[in-house]
Write a protein that binds this ligand. Structure first.
Ligand code: FES
Length: 132
């Protein structure tokens, strides 16, 4: 731990103080070959850090929100199975993932649609075909 402390408190500041960093933009064009070589490790570390930070931030901000905000989040996959005998005459299944009675629709899709300008609705299954 002490060696890490020495690295951060003594060696890094000494290394940075010894770098031939120009004080102006024009100074970059006046660096000789040896000074340029001295800057290569430092600029590689800075450039790599900027690149990795940009890449991870880009991945973070480009994430899409989850379809399922809170139902059975501890499960790897949410699967509900039914047999034909379990169906009532007409059963509405939730497809918006907002129902408090999941997997059945409780009408929560209406509030979700209003909030998110969406148009999701339940899957309605009838045990018998409706007669016309
Ligand atoms: S509550 Fe989700 S579709 Fe109705």
């Amino acid at each position: 731990m002490e060696s890490f402390s020495n690295l951060v408190r003594i060696h890094v500041p000494n290394y940075l103080a010894g770098l031939p960093l120009p004080k102006s933009i024009g100074g970059w064009f006046k660096l000789n070959f040896r000074e340029c070589l001295q800057l290569v490790p430092f600029l590689t570390i800075v450039g790599g850090s900027v690149y990795l930070t940009h890449k991870s931030c880009k991945n973070y901000f480009n994430r899409k929100p989850p379809v399922n905000p809170e139902i059975k989040k501890d499960a790897q996959k949410v699967v509900d199975s039914f047999t034909a005998e379990e169906f009532k005459a007409k059963t509405a299944f939730c497809r918006c993932w907002r129902s408090a009675n999941f997997p059945y629709c409780d009408g929560s899709h209406n509030a979700y649609n209003k909030e998110c300008c969406d148009n999701v609705g339940p899957l309605v299954i009838s045990a018998k075909a409706e007669e016309n």
